[in-house]
Write a protein that binds this ligand. Structure first.
Ligand code: HEC
Length: 149
């Protein structure tokens, strides 16, 4: 039993040497969704707090991401999140893709799937109450309508 515990401890210490890369890719401001649409500060603050850690090149890595395997778990969500939708590169998407991503966004909020619940446990500022959900949903719909496909 003691040998197993020591073994586990050795593994836990060893994996701490495999830190995640916390550098954000350089982003062109003009391509950012909130900049492109001149989003009101109120809505922009909410979208940043609820979505930008995983869906932009402005991810903030909390101190606990220095602890593995927690950091790996977080990094994985960020990489996967950005693959699906990167608000920092929104301007590079075709009009059709922009409209589609906005549609997916309000659907995810409607279903309560985004922001991810594993995230909101530690990020209370990301939680959307009903009024905030409604505000974001109608904002995404409004921008989607304005896109010429
Ligand atoms: C903790 C990280 C995290 C946060 C915060 C987050 N997402 Fe996501 N998002 C993901 C991951 C991971 C995926 C891909 C896997 C999945 O669909 O669960 C994803 C997928 C998506 C997709 C693509 C869905 C599809 O069908 O392909 C959209 C759209 C989306 N998120 C919108 C949002 C919006 C809008 C917010 C803010 C209200 C948000 N997300 C907050 C991690 C996050």
């Amino acid at each position: 039993m003691k040998k197993i515990l020591i073994g586990l401890l050795v593994v836990l210490v060893a994996i701490q040497f495999f830190q995640i890369d916390k550098t954000n890719p350089v982003a062109d401001e003009k391509l950012d969704f909130l900049v492109m649409n001149n989003t009101s500060p109120e809505i922009a603050t909410q979208i940043k707090a609820s979505c930008y850690d995983c869906h932009s090149n402005q991810s903030v890595y909390p101190a606990y991401t220095y602890v593995q395997p927690v950091g790996w778990f977080v990094k994985n969500h960020i990489e996967e999140g950005k693959e699906h939708l990167n608000f920092s590169e929104f301007g590079n998407y075709s009009a059709k893709k922009q409209a589609h991503k906005l549609e997916e966004s309000y659907e995810m909020i409607e279903k309560g799937e985004m922001p991810l619940s594993s995230y909101t446990i530690l990020h209370k500022e990301a939680v959307l109450d009903e009024a905030q959900q409604t505000a974001l949903i109608s904002y995404f719909k409004e921008i989607e309508k304005g896109i010429k496909k």
